[in-house]
Structure formats: C-alpha cells, structure tokens
Ligand binder design. Sequence first.
Ligand code: FA5
Length: 379
Amino acid sequence: MSAPNKSYDPVEVEALKPEEIERMRDEALAAFAAAGDLDALAHAKTAHAGGTSPLALANREIGALPPQAKAEAGKRVGQARGAVNKAYAQRLAQLEAERDERVLVEEAVDVTLPYDRVPAGARHPLTTLMDRVADIFVGMGYEVAEGPEVEAEWFNFDALNFTPDHPARQMQDTFFVRGAQADRSTAGDESGVVLRTHTSPVQARALLERREPPVYIVCPGRVYRTDELDATHTPVFHQVELLAVDKGLTMADLKGTIDHMVKELFGEDTTTRLRPHFFPFTEPSAEMDMQCYVCRGASVGNPDRPCRTCSSEGWIELGGCGMVNPKVLTACGVDPEVYSGFAFGFGIERMLMFRHNVEDMRDMVEGDVRFTRPFGMEI
Ligand code: FA5
C-alpha cells in the first residue's frame, strides 16, 4: 500500500486513475461475457471481483489518499465495482437459466415408457413335462419318491442285479465319485459312490425303506451318464421311473399302466407295444413303444407321406420296462414267492423331443429363452 499522499493528486496513484479503473471494469465485464459456463464464470469472478482482484486492490489504495480525495476515488471505484457485480449477477442468471434448460432436455424422463419391461419367468418345459407325467400317476394313487443323485454304487448297480463286470459299470459309462470298479481291490467291501445313471436305484431304496409292500411309487429325477452332448444325448438328463410291488401283479398290469399314461399324454386312441429286451433288474424285460401320434402309422412304407416325428417307422421308443426281477426283490427284503412287481422308466428329454418336435437336445440345455418361450409361461 502506498504512503499517504500529502500533496493530493489522485492522478498520482496509478491504480486509481480513471482510465485504470475503467480498464479494470471493462476487463471484468469482458471476462464475464466470455465465460461459457458456470465454472468459467466462477473463475472470472475470483479474478475480477474477488478479494485480490485489481479493483479490490485499488479499493485498498483509497485509504492512503488524503481525506478530501477519498470521496471522489471511492465513488469511482465503487461505481466500477457496482457495475462488475451487476454484470456478474446478470451473467450468472443467464448461465443458470441455460443450464436448467439443458438439464430439462438431457435428463428428461419419458413417463410414457412401459415400466414392466422385465418379463415374468417360468419353469423349464422339462420340469413341466416331468411334473405332468408324475401327476398322472399321483392321480392313480402312486406316491412321489426321491433318491440321491450322488448314489451308492450298491443301490445303482448291485441291488439291481448288475454283475460286477457289467459294462454299464465302466468309467466310460458312469461318473464315479469314489471307488471305481478298477480299484475295487483297494476299496475293500465299501460300496463305491457314483452319480446315479438311472432312477432305478430309487426302486431298491423304496423297497428297503418301506419293507412291506404294497409299494406304488413314481420317481422323477436327474441322472448322469458319460455321454457326449449331441442332438440326441446329454450327459445330464431326466428320467421318470415307476415301481409297483404288490400281490398278484402281472405284465397285463404293466401294459395297462403304460397305456394309461400314453393316452393321458398323447390322446385316447394312442396304442403301445412291448418288444423283448434285457435289463438285469427286470425279468422278463421289454422296450416300450407308442404308436406315432402324428401319422398313426400311415407313413410306414408310404414315401408320399413321410413323418418326421417317428422317421416313418410308425412307432416311437419310450423307454424300458419289465417285471421286477425276483433277485432284486430278495436283495431288498421282499419275498418273491408272495409279491411280484413291475417297473418302467423313460427319458424326459426324448419325450419332450418327440412330443414337441424338438430336433436338437442341445437346445434344451443351453438356457436360451427363445427356446423355452414358445412352451408358454406355466409356473
Ligand atoms: C434305463 O435307464 C432303465 N433304468 C429303465 C428301466 C426302468 C427299465 C425300469 C426297466 C425297468 P435306458 O438305459 O434304456 O434304461 O434309459 C431309459 C431312457 O433314458 C432312454 O429310453 C432314453 O429316453 C433316456 N436316455 C438314455 N440315455 C440318454 C442320454 N444320454 N440323454 C438323454 N436321454 C437319455
């Protein structure tokens, strides 16, 4: 700050010269006008109207003037500062208005947009079909039974009369969790542990758990085999197993039960047939076919009317069945002289394929909603 100016001449104090004050004011007004946004305006305010701005510093110089000069210099600086503050306020209002207008456009919310864009989920068609099949038997008085997917090798194979050297026990067919047949010599008497390869071990579990027949159970569930994933195979698939053990059951009861299921699922006039087959746990055993519900056999030997559903064979393979082998009944503590039983089992993926003309099983496991959506939103 300058020393008091005894011989008063305001022109002598550089910062208070009229043209200097005008220059400071004009620079401030130009800086405010040039500020393109609120940040730039805040910087311009600090530079031109803040505590260390040229006008503020000039204001301080007034104190050094002789009393008679203070009023004039004060008026000049005060007018300039007033003009600067006014220009700042005007530019601030202008920039704020521009910002508000921009925000209204950029952050506008379209209240007419639909709010419920997330579609409702639904159960997988495999689950729905499996439950529908199970329901048919529940309606006939059967109970739903379940067993573990990680199963004792004894239940999966031994109890079902699979010989120790049966090919199904090989690691090429079965996922072993512990104690593969190959290292049985070291595994001792302990049963190995496998991922169950079919739902049939639930037969043995049900008989052992209930002890006294009658037993009527339906067992839907997931099973595992070391098959490659392709159009007609998957390493993880679903089966539905049926077991009935009672006094006096015969193949006629088995056939009648299969017929009932098929008519419920594919229509009253659908017929079935049994073809001789072999399963270690049923005797006699058969494979069960149903008449093609699309062509009803009309495509057989008729090249003019090919049928994609049954490949013009007239019949569709459903699964395996038979009368429960007396050895299985004995292993499960049921007297085969008193009781007899029948069982059948089939794959749900294959049934979904021919029931809904799905050409590739991989579509069922890939989780693409474009596959599941046409089946509807059943929950
Ligand atoms: C069995 O699994 C027997 N437990 C069925 C049975 C039960 C017979 C009771 C007698 C008494 P099989 O290995 O054939 O049988 O399999 C039955 C069905 O499972 C097949 O008809 C087929 O529909 C389905 N299946 C088998 N392997 C696969 C696979 N890799 N992917 C999809 N489905 C399969």
